[in-house]
Design a protein around this ligand. Structure first.
Ligand code: ADP
Ligand code: MG
Length: 155
């Protein structure tokens, strides 16, 4: 497991990290976004989508469960999940979320533990925690493919 730590001093730093990561993403990829409410998970996804050239809004999918994006000039589909409101892991099955994991998909999952064993294993784990006034981020790669996404970041 390749692991890196970095301190994100403010919201702009979280957006920049997401944007830097975007440049090296390749599908298929499963990314777990870990951390408390307000840790910066959605902010990081927003930076990543901006880095891929998405200029529209990036809504928190807390109510919708998932928001999907097709960035311009790219065959990838970005699926951004938020399982916070799950009351049982089997809601994963009821919502038919498995079909969003396909060869062209980069799946970014907030609150993955809420889906229990239904959630595909992480290639990449991004764990954010409050380190006021900023955030601490630990990035870990659990596949060779994911390690290749992190290696160019110069962390
Ligand atoms: P989550 O999705 O983890 O619940 P959000 O991405 O919605 O959290 O972020 C919550 C708040 O944290 C936002 O107001 C955002 O501006 C702020 N934030 C994000 N990154 C940082 C950072 N590195 N330092 C300080 N505040 C941050
Ligand atoms: Mg969020």
């Amino acid at each position: 497991v390749a692991q890196y730590d970095c301190f994100l001093a403010d919201e702009a730093a979280t957006l920049n990290l997401g944007q830097a990561l975007a440049a090296h993403l390749a599908a298929p990829l499963v990314v777990w976004l870990e951390g408390d409410l307000g840790a910066g998970k959605t902010t990081l996804v927003r930076g990543l989508l901006r880095g891929l050239g998405h200029h529209g809004a990036v809504k928190s999918p807390t109510y919708a469960l998932v928001e999907s994006y097709r960035p311009p000039n790219n065959s990838m589909e970005i699926n951004h999940f938020d399982l916070y409101r799950f009351t049982h892991p089997d809601e994963w099955v009821d919502a038919g979320l498995d079909e969003l994991f396909h060869p062209e998909a980069v799946c970014l999952i907030e609150w993955p533990q809420q889906g229990g064993s239904h959630v595909p294993a992480a290639d990449l784990r991004l764990a954010l925690s409050h380190a006021e006034p900023g955030r601490q981020l630990t990035l870990s790669a659990h596949s060779a493919h994911a390690a290749a996404c992190l290696h160019p970041l110069d962390l």
